[in-house]
Write a protein that binds this ligand. Structure first.
Ligand SMILES: O=c1[nH]c(=O)n([C@H]2C[C@H](O)[C@@H](COP(=O)(O)O)O2)cc1CO
Ligand SMILES: [Zn+2]
Length: 159
């Protein structure tokens, strides 16, 4: 008999975004992203972290203080990493599963890459200007955004 409690596509791809977020060294916000093509094949994943070659232990992870002593000018966002990490092919028509609604800088990269759909898990900075700018650009360019529909499924991985 066919098993019926298998993961839906949305659960599967958001699950991979959530798992990827667990690689983040950011103690405040861990973000994961998973890019999927129209054939439901994963083409890339990413999480927020310092640029390759910038040692995590030598970089600031603070949120406040002098700008250059915070993480903000340095950290590479999960969505940008996922866009840049793909090994081959175009992202035209792809969907992005991401654990946090994209900021305006990532929105630009998302639009330029050809990604046409965003599924986001959390939108904790919904009131920020960055989010408002993203929404404006997504609306203008026809990139659809939908919140992830939580299924309340609990999963435990024994690693
Ligand atoms: O869309 C995003 N993608 C993403 O990877 N990030 C990262 C950058 C930072 O490491 C962290 C945000 O830090 P904080 O919530 O402490 O301001 O999340 C942040 C956003 C939205 O701001
Ligand atoms: Zn961003």
């Amino acid at each position: 008999m066919k098993r019926d409690d298998y993961l839906s596509w949305d659960e599967y791809f958001m699950g991979i975004a959530l798992l990827s977020a667990q690689r983040s060294k950011d103690s405040n916000t861990q973000v994961g992203a998973c890019i999927v093509n129209q054939e439901h094949k994963i083409v890339s994943v990413g999480y927020n972290g310092m640029p390759t070659g910038c040692n995590d232990d030598d970089m600031p992870w603070e949120r406040e203080g002098d700008f250059l002593n915070t993480k903000y000018p340095f950290v590479c966002h999960a969505e940008l990493n996922a866009i840049l990490n793909r090994s081959a092919g175009s992202l035209q028509g792809c969907s992005l599963y991401v654990t946090l609604f994209p900021c305006n800088e990532c929105a630009k990269a998302i639009i330029q890459s050809g990604i046409r759909e965003i599924i986001y898990y959390d939108n904790k900075y919904a009131d920020s200007d960055a989010t408002k700018a993203s929404q404006r650009m997504f609306l203008l360019t026809g990139v659809t955004c939908r919140p992830y529909h939580h299924t309340e499924r609990q999963m435990t991985l024994v690693l």
